[in-house]
Design a protein around this ligand. Sequence first.
Ligand code: FES
Ligand SMILES: [Fe+2]
Length: 393
Amino acid sequence: MEENLVDDLQAAQKVERAADAGFLWDFWYPAARSAEIRGRGLVKATLLEVPLVLGRTDGGAAFALRDACPHRGIPLSYGRSDGKNVECSYHGWKFDGCSGQCVEIPSLTSQDKLKVERIFAGHYPCVENDGYIWVYMNQGGRRFSDVDSGVPQPGENRRSQKAAATTERVGNVLSGAPKLATFSERYKSTHLACDLPSHVDQGIIGLMDPAHGPFVHQSWFWRSKKSIHEKAKQFEPIPFGFRMSTHSPSTNSAPYQLLKKMTGAPVTTTIDFILPNMRTEEIRSGKLWFSSLTTVTPVRRDLSRIDFVAAWNVPMPVTIFRAFAKTFLRQDQETMIRQAEGLQHNPRLMLIDDADRPAKWYFALKANLLEARRTGAAMVHPMDGPVTLRWRS
Ligand code: FES
Ligand SMILES: [Fe+2]
């Protein structure tokens, strides 16, 4: 009897994991560029396989609703916004954009007792940073979006759903959305995006991979395969991630040499990876600086998007920088398109030391976070302290 229960539980967890597709919930993800959400227009987006409709109130506040009417499920994006509420195209129910709360059901008569204000469309917290609409993909919004609708769903067991929602949210904190670090008042900035036909995990370990540079990013302006040499870099644990400790970057890259010549000061760089999906890089030399934030966002289990935003006060025109950055991104994208071709057949893969150690940390961080959320205990960091990794690149 007891064993059956355990089996059932394990089977349920397996189904859960399959449904989950290895996404990390309860984090902020960039859904769209701010500039795409204009006036009273409604824009579709997908994050973690959740269809969203994004819009803006007349006051300028961005909002994100689950793109499904809680009445019959038609996408709300077929409806229209009046600058405050979104009206469904099917029966005209109206929902407050910012809270998802139903404010009007046109078919009700004065005799009806239905409590309209207890019906909610799934809604997600939304903020704007660095020209992105960041949406907080809370676990609650994923499966329990209509728990409070007041309208029982067929076969719904409301009590157990609520209990599950409560336990799963232990230890989840809604903290601020990521923001690019800048170090002076005046600076230039730009952003780029590209789609990857892969699971977010592959995108992230590609992002943190130190050994592909000489093979994927061969360019006359950067480096050649011949410049490969042994490197030793120190890494240290940081909350939810790891840092390549502040150091002077590779001397085999021309742009760094140029920067050093310009300021006469040493060039230093710090690279962080932080869950769920973010890499930041800071390059400083005297008063000059360059800063970037890259995220790999799960759209579906087989589709991710890299968003890259950078700012700098080094004398470098935006057009030149974009040309270089686009080349890099395209090289990564082409490689990952080819990789996806191989991954279709589920080959066995390996992670080797030391070059793949950052990838191992990523998987361990992710597993430990999920475990901490499951048990309610503090998250265990996979690194004990600073460690030096050696590889050739
Ligand atoms: S389906 Fe949206 S109002 Fe009926
Ligand atoms: Fe790369």
